[in-house]
Ligand binder design. Sequence first.
Ligand SMILES: Cc1ncc(COP(=O)(O)O)c(C=O)c1O
Length: 452
Amino acid sequence: VIDDLRARVQEPTARGVAHAISAAIADGTLEPGQKLPPIRALATQLDLSPTTVSAAWALLTRSGAIRTDGRRGTVVALRTPPGPSRYRRVLTGRSSSAGPGNGLRIDLSAGVPDPALLPDLGAALGRVQRLPAPQTYLDEPVVPELGDLLRAHWPFPAEKITITDGAMDALDLLSDQLLRFGDLVGVENPCFPQLLDLLDARGVRTVAIDVDDNGLVVEQLRTALDRGVRIVFTQPRAQNPTGASLSADRARALAAVLRGRGVLVVENDSAGAVASAALISLGRWLPENTVHIRGFSKSHGPDLRLAAVGGPASLIDGLEDRRHLGQGWTSRLLQRVLLDLLTDHMSISQVARARAEYSRRRRLMVAELARLGVEVGGSDGINIWLPVIDEAAALVGLASHGISAAPGGPFAVDPNPAPHLRVTVGLLAHDHTEVARALAAAGGAVRWNAPR
Ligand SMILES: Cc1ncc(COP(=O)(O)O)c(C=O)c1O
Protein backbone atom coordinates (compact mmCIF):
# COMPACT_ATOMS: atom_id res chain seq x y z
CA VAL A 1 0.00 0.00 0.00
CA ILE A 2 2.79 2.41 0.90
CA ASP A 3 4.58 1.93 -2.46
CA ASP A 4 1.28 2.38 -4.25
CA LEU A 5 0.53 5.60 -2.35
CA ARG A 6 4.05 6.93 -2.87
CA ALA A 7 3.60 6.50 -6.61
CA ARG A 8 0.21 8.23 -6.51
CA VAL A 9 1.13 11.32 -4.49
CA GLN A 10 1.70 13.99 -7.11
CA GLU A 11 2.28 16.98 -4.85
CA PRO A 12 3.66 16.94 -1.30
CA THR A 13 0.64 18.64 0.25
CA ALA A 14 -2.38 17.55 2.31
CA ARG A 15 -4.50 17.80 -0.82
CA GLY A 16 -2.00 15.67 -2.77
CA VAL A 17 -2.11 12.92 -0.13
CA ALA A 18 -5.92 13.12 0.10
CA HIS A 19 -6.24 12.77 -3.69
CA ALA A 20 -3.88 9.77 -3.67
CA ILE A 21 -5.90 8.00 -0.97
CA SER A 22 -9.20 8.85 -2.69
CA ALA A 23 -7.92 7.42 -5.97
CA ALA A 24 -6.77 4.24 -4.19
CA ILE A 25 -10.24 3.89 -2.63
CA ALA A 26 -11.96 4.56 -5.94
CA ASP A 27 -10.10 1.82 -7.83
CA GLY A 28 -10.38 -0.72 -5.01
CA THR A 29 -6.70 -0.75 -3.96
CA LEU A 30 -7.97 0.32 -0.54
CA GLU A 31 -11.15 -1.47 0.51
CA PRO A 32 -13.97 -0.39 2.83
CA GLY A 33 -13.02 -1.20 6.43
CA GLN A 34 -9.30 -1.48 5.62
CA LYS A 35 -7.03 0.02 8.27
CA LEU A 36 -4.80 2.90 7.16
CA PRO A 37 -1.22 3.23 8.44
CA PRO A 38 -0.68 5.49 11.48
CA ILE A 39 -0.07 9.15 10.56
CA ARG A 40 3.54 9.20 11.77
CA ALA A 41 4.51 6.00 9.96
CA LEU A 42 2.93 7.15 6.72
CA ALA A 43 4.54 10.60 7.01
CA THR A 44 7.98 9.04 7.41
CA GLN A 45 7.47 6.72 4.46
CA LEU A 46 6.19 9.46 2.19
CA ASP A 47 8.90 11.94 3.31
CA LEU A 48 6.22 14.36 4.52
CA SER A 49 5.54 16.02 7.84
CA PRO A 50 2.96 14.41 10.17
CA THR A 51 1.06 17.73 10.03
CA THR A 52 0.58 17.32 6.28
CA VAL A 53 -0.72 13.76 6.60
CA SER A 54 -2.91 14.78 9.51
CA ALA A 55 -4.41 17.60 7.40
CA ALA A 56 -5.01 15.08 4.60
CA TRP A 57 -6.83 12.83 7.11
CA ALA A 58 -9.02 15.80 8.11
CA LEU A 59 -9.96 16.44 4.46
CA LEU A 60 -10.77 12.78 3.86
CA THR A 61 -12.79 12.50 7.08
CA ARG A 62 -14.83 15.56 6.18
CA SER A 63 -15.63 14.12 2.78
CA GLY A 64 -16.70 10.81 4.38
CA ALA A 65 -13.97 8.73 2.67
CA ILE A 66 -12.31 7.60 5.90
CA ARG A 67 -13.31 7.47 9.56
CA THR A 68 -11.82 6.71 12.92
CA ASP A 69 -12.84 3.37 14.38
CA GLY A 70 -11.95 3.50 18.08
CA ARG A 71 -8.83 1.56 18.93
CA ARG A 72 -8.46 0.21 15.37
CA GLY A 73 -7.38 3.65 14.24
CA THR A 74 -8.38 5.14 10.91
CA VAL A 75 -10.16 2.98 8.36
CA VAL A 76 -11.63 3.37 4.88
CA ALA A 77 -15.35 4.20 5.22
CA LEU A 78 -18.13 2.12 3.71
CA ARG A 79 -18.77 3.31 0.17
CA THR A 80 -22.51 3.67 0.62
CA PRO A 81 -24.12 3.78 4.03
CA PRO A 82 -26.89 1.25 4.68
CA GLY A 83 -30.25 2.38 3.30
CA PRO A 84 -33.65 2.40 4.96
CA SER A 85 -33.60 -1.32 5.76
CA ARG A 86 -35.88 -1.28 8.81
CA TYR A 87 -38.38 0.94 7.05
CA ARG A 88 -38.38 -1.44 4.05
CA ARG A 89 -39.14 -4.35 6.40
CA VAL A 90 -42.12 -2.41 7.78
CA LEU A 91 -43.63 -2.30 4.33
CA THR A 92 -43.14 -5.96 3.40
CA GLY A 93 -46.55 -7.06 4.69
CA ARG A 94 -48.63 -4.65 2.64
CA SER A 95 -51.97 -5.72 1.22
CA SER A 96 -50.64 -6.66 -2.20
CA SER A 97 -49.80 -9.95 -0.43
CA ALA A 98 -53.14 -10.15 1.35
CA GLY A 99 -55.20 -13.20 0.51
CA PRO A 100 -58.83 -13.39 -0.49
CA GLY A 101 -60.14 -14.01 3.07
CA ASN A 102 -63.51 -12.42 3.71
CA GLY A 103 -63.10 -9.86 0.96
CA LEU A 104 -61.69 -7.06 3.15
CA ARG A 105 -58.72 -5.31 1.61
CA ILE A 106 -57.41 -3.09 4.29
CA ASP A 107 -53.86 -1.77 4.42
CA LEU A 108 -53.06 -0.71 7.98
CA SER A 109 -49.30 -1.13 7.57
CA ALA A 110 -48.04 2.26 6.49
CA GLY A 111 -48.50 4.81 9.31
CA VAL A 112 -49.75 7.46 6.89
CA PRO A 113 -52.68 9.85 7.35
CA ASP A 114 -56.06 9.16 5.74
CA PRO A 115 -56.15 11.22 2.50
CA ALA A 116 -59.87 11.80 3.10
CA LEU A 117 -59.05 13.65 6.34
CA LEU A 118 -56.49 16.10 4.92
CA PRO A 119 -57.41 19.75 4.31
CA ASP A 120 -58.20 20.81 0.76
CA LEU A 121 -54.86 21.57 -0.90
CA GLY A 122 -56.42 22.57 -4.22
CA ALA A 123 -58.31 25.44 -2.59
CA ALA A 124 -55.17 26.62 -0.78
CA LEU A 125 -53.12 26.51 -3.99
CA GLY A 126 -55.80 28.63 -5.64
CA ARG A 127 -55.61 31.20 -2.86
CA VAL A 128 -51.83 31.54 -2.90
CA GLN A 129 -51.12 34.41 -5.26
CA ARG A 130 -47.97 35.55 -7.07
CA LEU A 131 -44.92 35.40 -4.84
CA PRO A 132 -42.04 37.82 -4.62
CA ALA A 133 -38.98 36.17 -6.22
CA PRO A 134 -35.97 35.65 -3.95
CA GLN A 135 -33.46 38.47 -4.31
CA THR A 136 -30.53 36.13 -3.69
CA TYR A 137 -30.09 32.50 -2.79
CA LEU A 138 -29.10 33.65 0.71
CA ASP A 139 -32.46 35.34 1.46
CA GLU A 140 -34.18 34.62 4.78
CA PRO A 141 -35.29 30.96 4.35
CA VAL A 142 -38.59 31.28 6.26
CA VAL A 143 -41.62 33.21 5.01
CA PRO A 144 -41.85 35.92 7.73
CA GLU A 145 -45.61 35.58 8.44
CA LEU A 146 -45.24 31.81 8.82
CA GLY A 147 -42.30 32.32 11.18
CA ASP A 148 -44.39 34.72 13.30
CA LEU A 149 -47.32 32.33 13.44
CA LEU A 150 -45.10 29.42 14.47
CA ARG A 151 -43.37 31.50 17.14
CA ALA A 152 -46.72 32.50 18.60
CA HIS A 153 -47.67 28.84 19.06
CA TRP A 154 -44.27 27.32 19.88
CA PRO A 155 -44.34 25.35 23.15
CA PHE A 156 -41.41 27.32 24.59
CA PRO A 157 -39.58 30.54 23.67
CA ALA A 158 -37.23 29.12 21.03
CA GLU A 159 -34.40 31.44 19.97
CA LYS A 160 -34.90 30.56 16.34
CA ILE A 161 -37.32 28.58 14.17
CA THR A 162 -36.79 27.41 10.62
CA ILE A 163 -38.64 25.31 8.07
CA THR A 164 -37.41 22.02 6.64
CA ASP A 165 -38.68 19.53 4.07
CA GLY A 166 -40.46 17.43 6.68
CA ALA A 167 -39.54 16.06 10.08
CA MET A 168 -37.16 13.46 8.60
CA ASP A 169 -35.24 16.22 6.83
CA ALA A 170 -34.95 18.06 10.16
CA LEU A 171 -33.72 14.90 11.90
CA ASP A 172 -31.25 14.23 9.09
CA LEU A 173 -29.87 17.79 9.21
CA LEU A 174 -29.66 17.76 13.00
CA SER A 175 -27.85 14.45 13.11
CA ASP A 176 -25.49 15.61 10.37
CA GLN A 177 -24.65 18.63 12.48
CA LEU A 178 -24.54 17.03 15.91
CA LEU A 179 -23.46 13.42 15.59
CA ARG A 180 -20.23 11.70 14.69
CA PHE A 181 -19.48 8.04 14.03
CA GLY A 182 -19.59 6.06 17.27
CA ASP A 183 -21.52 8.68 19.30
CA LEU A 184 -24.05 7.39 21.81
CA VAL A 185 -27.67 8.61 21.63
CA GLY A 186 -30.81 7.75 23.57
CA VAL A 187 -33.86 6.63 21.60
CA GLU A 188 -37.34 5.56 22.61
CA ASN A 189 -37.99 1.85 22.69
CA PRO A 190 -39.96 1.11 20.57
CA CYS A 191 -38.93 3.77 18.08
CA PHE A 192 -40.09 4.58 14.55
CA PRO A 193 -37.82 2.75 12.08
CA GLN A 194 -36.86 5.70 9.90
CA LEU A 195 -34.95 7.27 12.79
CA LEU A 196 -33.17 4.01 13.63
CA ASP A 197 -32.19 3.64 9.95
CA LEU A 198 -30.85 7.20 9.90
CA LEU A 199 -28.79 6.69 13.05
CA ASP A 200 -27.50 3.36 11.72
CA ALA A 201 -26.41 5.00 8.49
CA ARG A 202 -24.40 7.52 10.50
CA GLY A 203 -22.74 4.80 12.56
CA VAL A 204 -24.30 6.16 15.74
CA ARG A 205 -24.85 3.79 18.68
CA THR A 206 -28.28 3.80 20.29
CA VAL A 207 -29.29 3.24 23.90
CA ALA A 208 -32.89 2.07 24.32
CA ILE A 209 -35.09 4.00 26.75
CA ASP A 210 -38.48 2.34 27.22
CA VAL A 211 -41.68 4.32 26.72
CA ASP A 212 -44.74 3.72 28.89
CA ASP A 213 -48.13 5.44 28.71
CA ASN A 214 -46.68 8.67 30.17
CA GLY A 215 -43.52 8.94 28.07
CA LEU A 216 -39.88 7.98 28.59
CA VAL A 217 -39.20 5.90 31.71
CA VAL A 218 -37.29 8.17 34.12
CA GLU A 219 -34.88 5.60 35.56
CA GLN A 220 -33.94 4.37 32.10
CA LEU A 221 -33.23 7.93 30.99
CA ARG A 222 -30.96 8.34 34.02
CA THR A 223 -29.09 5.14 33.15
CA ALA A 224 -28.72 6.24 29.53
CA LEU A 225 -27.25 9.59 30.64
CA ASP A 226 -24.84 7.78 32.96
CA ARG A 227 -23.72 5.68 29.99
CA GLY A 228 -22.77 8.88 28.18
CA VAL A 229 -25.56 9.62 25.68
CA ARG A 230 -25.19 13.10 24.24
CA ILE A 231 -28.60 13.46 22.63
CA VAL A 232 -32.02 12.00 23.39
CA PHE A 233 -34.58 11.65 20.58
CA THR A 234 -38.20 11.56 21.70
CA GLN A 235 -41.77 12.08 20.48
CA PRO A 236 -43.79 14.14 22.95
CA ARG A 237 -47.23 12.88 21.91
CA ALA A 238 -49.03 10.25 19.84
CA GLN A 239 -45.77 8.36 19.80
CA ASN A 240 -45.23 6.19 16.72
CA PRO A 241 -45.78 3.24 17.30
CA THR A 242 -47.29 3.15 20.82
CA GLY A 243 -49.60 6.18 20.81
CA ALA A 244 -48.17 7.32 24.18
CA SER A 245 -48.09 11.02 25.12
CA LEU A 246 -45.85 12.70 27.65
CA SER A 247 -47.68 13.70 30.86
CA ALA A 248 -46.85 16.91 32.74
CA ASP A 249 -45.69 15.01 35.83
CA ARG A 250 -43.41 12.78 33.77
CA ALA A 251 -42.04 15.76 31.86
CA ARG A 252 -41.14 17.45 35.15
CA ALA A 253 -39.37 14.30 36.37
CA LEU A 254 -37.47 13.88 33.10
CA ALA A 255 -36.45 17.54 33.12
CA ALA A 256 -35.10 17.14 36.66
CA VAL A 257 -32.91 14.24 35.51
CA LEU A 258 -31.71 16.14 32.43
CA ARG A 259 -31.00 19.45 34.17
CA GLY A 260 -27.31 20.38 34.23
CA ARG A 261 -26.22 17.36 32.16
CA GLY A 262 -25.64 19.33 28.95
CA VAL A 263 -27.60 16.72 26.96
CA LEU A 264 -29.67 17.87 24.01
CA VAL A 265 -33.28 16.68 23.70
CA VAL A 266 -34.63 16.42 20.15
CA GLU A 267 -38.43 16.37 20.29
CA ASN A 268 -40.30 15.23 17.23
CA ASP A 269 -43.96 16.22 17.37
CA SER A 270 -44.76 14.37 14.19
CA ALA A 271 -48.51 14.01 14.79
CA GLY A 272 -48.75 17.76 15.42
CA ALA A 273 -52.22 19.16 14.94
CA VAL A 274 -53.92 15.78 14.63
CA ALA A 275 -52.78 14.71 18.10
CA SER A 276 -55.48 15.04 20.76
CA ALA A 277 -53.18 15.25 23.79
CA ALA A 278 -51.91 18.65 24.92
CA LEU A 279 -48.36 19.26 23.74
CA ILE A 280 -45.98 19.12 26.68
CA SER A 281 -42.45 20.02 25.68
CA LEU A 282 -39.34 19.58 27.78
CA GLY A 283 -38.37 22.96 26.33
CA ARG A 284 -40.65 24.47 28.98
CA TRP A 285 -38.05 23.40 31.57
CA LEU A 286 -34.92 23.16 29.40
CA PRO A 287 -35.21 25.77 26.63
CA GLU A 288 -31.47 25.92 26.00
CA ASN A 289 -31.21 22.17 25.60
CA THR A 290 -34.29 21.37 23.55
CA VAL A 291 -34.81 21.30 19.80
CA HIS A 292 -38.45 20.86 18.92
CA ILE A 293 -39.74 19.64 15.54
CA ARG A 294 -43.34 20.20 14.48
CA GLY A 295 -44.41 17.99 11.59
CA PHE A 296 -47.16 18.93 9.14
CA SER A 297 -47.24 15.70 7.11
CA LYS A 298 -49.85 13.95 9.26
CA SER A 299 -52.05 17.00 9.74
CA HIS A 300 -51.76 18.87 6.44
CA GLY A 301 -50.42 16.31 3.95
CA PRO A 302 -47.30 14.19 3.44
CA ASP A 303 -46.81 15.74 0.02
CA LEU A 304 -46.37 19.22 1.45
CA ARG A 305 -43.42 17.60 3.20
CA LEU A 306 -42.97 20.44 5.65
CA ALA A 307 -41.84 20.69 9.25
CA ALA A 308 -40.74 23.49 11.55
CA VAL A 309 -37.73 23.11 13.80
CA GLY A 310 -36.93 25.49 16.63
CA GLY A 311 -34.36 25.73 19.39
CA PRO A 312 -31.03 27.37 20.25
CA ALA A 313 -30.02 29.94 17.59
CA SER A 314 -26.51 28.54 17.21
CA LEU A 315 -27.93 25.15 16.28
CA ILE A 316 -30.61 26.41 13.89
CA ASP A 317 -28.13 28.82 12.25
CA GLY A 318 -25.75 25.90 11.72
CA LEU A 319 -28.55 23.86 10.19
CA GLU A 320 -29.50 26.66 7.78
CA ASP A 321 -25.85 27.15 6.83
CA ARG A 322 -25.42 23.45 6.15
CA ARG A 323 -28.50 23.54 3.93
CA HIS A 324 -26.84 26.06 1.66
CA LEU A 325 -24.56 23.22 0.55
CA GLY A 326 -27.68 21.45 -0.70
CA GLN A 327 -31.25 22.53 -1.39
CA GLY A 328 -30.74 25.87 0.38
CA TRP A 329 -34.24 26.47 1.66
CA THR A 330 -37.68 24.94 1.67
CA SER A 331 -39.91 26.06 -1.18
CA ARG A 332 -41.50 29.36 -0.18
CA LEU A 333 -44.43 28.47 -2.37
CA LEU A 334 -45.13 25.46 -0.13
CA GLN A 335 -44.54 27.62 2.94
CA ARG A 336 -47.21 30.04 1.66
CA VAL A 337 -49.60 27.14 1.12
CA LEU A 338 -48.98 25.98 4.70
CA LEU A 339 -49.47 29.51 6.02
CA ASP A 340 -52.77 29.64 4.18
CA LEU A 341 -53.87 26.28 5.59
CA LEU A 342 -52.93 27.34 9.12
CA THR A 343 -54.97 30.54 8.92
CA ASP A 344 -57.93 29.68 6.67
CA HIS A 345 -61.07 28.91 8.73
CA MET A 346 -62.21 26.04 6.53
CA SER A 347 -58.79 24.34 6.67
CA ILE A 348 -58.57 24.82 10.42
CA SER A 349 -61.91 23.12 10.89
CA GLN A 350 -60.94 20.30 8.47
CA VAL A 351 -57.87 19.58 10.59
CA ALA A 352 -59.96 19.76 13.79
CA ARG A 353 -62.39 17.27 12.25
CA ALA A 354 -59.49 14.96 11.35
CA ARG A 355 -58.18 15.13 14.92
CA ALA A 356 -61.59 14.16 16.32
CA GLU A 357 -62.05 11.40 13.74
CA TYR A 358 -58.63 9.82 14.40
CA SER A 359 -59.43 9.89 18.08
CA ARG A 360 -62.81 8.24 17.48
CA ARG A 361 -61.28 5.53 15.27
CA ARG A 362 -58.53 4.73 17.76
CA ARG A 363 -60.88 4.67 20.77
CA LEU A 364 -63.34 2.43 18.92
CA MET A 365 -60.61 -0.07 18.04
CA VAL A 366 -59.10 -0.05 21.53
CA ALA A 367 -62.56 -0.64 23.05
CA GLU A 368 -63.36 -3.49 20.62
CA LEU A 369 -60.01 -5.13 21.36
CA ALA A 370 -60.55 -4.72 25.11
CA ARG A 371 -63.90 -6.54 24.78
CA LEU A 372 -61.94 -9.39 23.20
CA GLY A 373 -59.41 -9.39 26.05
CA VAL A 374 -56.60 -7.64 24.17
CA GLU A 375 -55.10 -4.63 25.97
CA VAL A 376 -53.22 -2.00 24.00
CA GLY A 377 -51.54 1.04 25.56
CA GLY A 378 -51.25 4.63 24.43
CA SER A 379 -54.10 7.02 23.91
CA ASP A 380 -53.41 9.12 20.85
CA GLY A 381 -52.51 9.29 17.19
CA ILE A 382 -53.13 6.98 14.25
CA ASN A 383 -51.38 3.80 15.44
CA ILE A 384 -51.81 1.05 17.99
CA TRP A 385 -49.01 -1.22 19.22
CA LEU A 386 -50.62 -4.64 19.32
CA PRO A 387 -49.00 -7.38 21.40
CA VAL A 388 -48.96 -10.72 19.55
CA ILE A 389 -47.51 -14.15 20.19
CA ASP A 390 -45.64 -14.36 16.90
CA GLU A 391 -45.27 -11.50 14.40
CA ALA A 392 -44.92 -13.61 11.26
CA ALA A 393 -47.87 -15.84 12.16
CA ALA A 394 -49.98 -12.78 13.04
CA LEU A 395 -49.23 -11.14 9.66
CA VAL A 396 -50.15 -14.32 7.79
CA GLY A 397 -53.34 -14.62 9.84
CA LEU A 398 -54.30 -11.04 9.08
CA ALA A 399 -53.49 -11.44 5.38
CA SER A 400 -56.05 -14.24 5.21
CA HIS A 401 -58.63 -11.59 6.16
CA GLY A 402 -57.25 -9.17 3.57
CA ILE A 403 -55.66 -6.98 6.23
CA SER A 404 -52.06 -5.88 6.44
CA ALA A 405 -50.15 -4.37 9.34
CA ALA A 406 -46.51 -3.65 10.08
CA PRO A 407 -44.27 -6.14 11.90
CA GLY A 408 -42.99 -4.80 15.22
CA GLY A 409 -39.39 -5.98 14.79
CA PRO A 410 -38.13 -2.95 12.84
CA PHE A 411 -39.36 -0.66 15.65
CA ALA A 412 -37.35 -2.47 18.33
CA VAL A 413 -34.10 -1.13 19.68
CA ASP A 414 -33.51 -4.18 21.90
CA PRO A 415 -32.12 -7.34 20.31
CA ASN A 416 -34.94 -9.53 21.75
CA PRO A 417 -38.12 -7.50 21.59
CA ALA A 418 -41.56 -8.73 22.69
CA PRO A 419 -43.47 -9.42 19.47
CA HIS A 420 -45.93 -6.73 18.35
CA LEU A 421 -47.61 -5.37 15.25
CA ARG A 422 -48.04 -1.70 14.53
CA VAL A 423 -51.53 -1.18 13.20
CA THR A 424 -52.48 2.17 11.68
CA VAL A 425 -56.06 2.16 12.90
CA GLY A 426 -56.37 5.82 11.98
CA LEU A 427 -56.98 4.62 8.41
CA LEU A 428 -60.01 2.54 9.41
CA ALA A 429 -63.27 4.45 9.10
CA HIS A 430 -65.61 1.49 9.72
CA ASP A 431 -65.67 -2.30 10.25
CA HIS A 432 -64.04 -1.92 13.66
CA THR A 433 -65.72 -5.00 15.09
CA GLU A 434 -64.61 -7.31 12.25
CA VAL A 435 -61.09 -5.92 12.09
CA ALA A 436 -60.70 -6.12 15.89
CA ARG A 437 -61.75 -9.76 15.74
CA ALA A 438 -59.19 -10.46 13.03
CA LEU A 439 -56.48 -8.62 14.98
CA ALA A 440 -57.27 -10.48 18.20
CA ALA A 441 -57.32 -13.85 16.44
CA ALA A 442 -54.11 -13.13 14.52
CA GLY A 443 -52.41 -11.91 17.67
CA GLY A 444 -53.07 -15.25 19.33
CA ALA A 445 -51.73 -17.26 16.38
CA VAL A 446 -48.54 -19.25 16.81
CA ARG A 447 -46.28 -20.39 13.98
CA TRP A 448 -46.34 -24.17 13.72
CA ASN A 449 -42.62 -24.38 14.51
CA ALA A 450 -42.44 -21.50 17.00
CA PRO A 451 -40.71 -22.36 20.27
CA ARG A 452 -43.22 -22.30 23.13
C1 LIG B 1 -42.49 9.81 14.32
C2 LIG B 1 -42.33 10.23 12.90
N1 LIG B 1 -41.47 11.18 12.60
C3 LIG B 1 -41.32 11.61 11.32
C4 LIG B 1 -42.04 11.05 10.31
C5 LIG B 1 -41.84 11.58 8.92
O1 LIG B 1 -42.34 12.86 8.89
P1 LIG B 1 -42.13 13.83 7.63
O2 LIG B 1 -43.08 13.40 6.59
O3 LIG B 1 -42.47 15.17 8.21
O4 LIG B 1 -40.71 13.72 7.24
C6 LIG B 1 -42.95 10.05 10.57
C7 LIG B 1 -43.71 9.46 9.47
O5 LIG B 1 -44.44 8.55 9.60
C8 LIG B 1 -43.10 9.63 11.91
O6 LIG B 1 -43.96 8.68 12.23
